[in-house]
Design a protein around this ligand. Sequence first.
Ligand SMILES: Nc1nc2c(ncn2[C@@H]2O[C@H](COP(=O)(O)OP(=O)(O)OP(=O)(O)O)[C@@H](O)[C@H]2O)c(=O)[nH]1
Ligand SMILES: [Mg+2]
Length: 216
Amino acid sequence: MLGAPRRPSVPAPLPAIRSAAFVAGATLPAQLPPPTLAEIAFAGRSNVGKSSLMNALLGRKNLVRTSSTPGCTRQLSFFEVRAADDLGLYLVDLPGYGWAQRSKEERAQWAELVESYLLERPTLAAVCVLVDSRRGVEEEERLLFELLADTSRAQRRPPAVLLVATKLDHQPRSRAAAVVATLARDAGRPVLGCSAVNGAGVPELWRALRAAVARR
Ligand SMILES: Nc1nc2c(ncn2[C@@H]2O[C@H](COP(=O)(O)OP(=O)(O)OP(=O)(O)O)[C@@H](O)[C@H]2O)c(=O)[nH]1
Ligand SMILES: [Mg+2]
């Protein structure tokens, strides 16, 4: 007798991705690569699942380094992605915030690097703000939304902002839609529920990101 089909731990590669490779890491604004391709950045508290979601979007297991220890990603990491229709993009993994063990100096360095990137990068098309589906939007995310909407300091059109609820596989399937709806109501904006483990919501996120890039 055949058992129930096993769910893959990593979703199959999306056919739309032709190639994906790490191209640059920056710990200082001066180390950012030249702004050539449209960029999509992934922001959120440490351990929320930014790097894992990028791997899921790319259909890769370990291209982007992940870790169960918060504070794994310490730099802005740029991944060049080519889609089958030749669309070129950078996916940018941002260091997570809210990791209390970091020194004051490191937190100040994070703020300078990430804030200047989010406010000034001319090619930034979209920012995915990730929250854990068990946690929802908190003060840090509200501050991030404010920063991203701040046109007084920004020298370019503000990027699209997508709120993504991660680790949806922790919710019972029957509850997932209700959890996402509650998060959206509390946040006062649409929420895309995703799981890097079973691939839920990943094609929908790609569609939203491609639409955001196309609108620019
Ligand atoms: N169950 C489940 N676990 C996940 C999911 N996404 C990430 N994780 C786990 O959460 C932990 C953190 O994942 P990362 O992708 O490294 O998180 P991050 O936001 O990049 O963390 P920093 O780089 O420290 O800011 C790892 O143990 C992952 O395996 C998910 O969708 N479901
Ligand atoms: Mg990371």
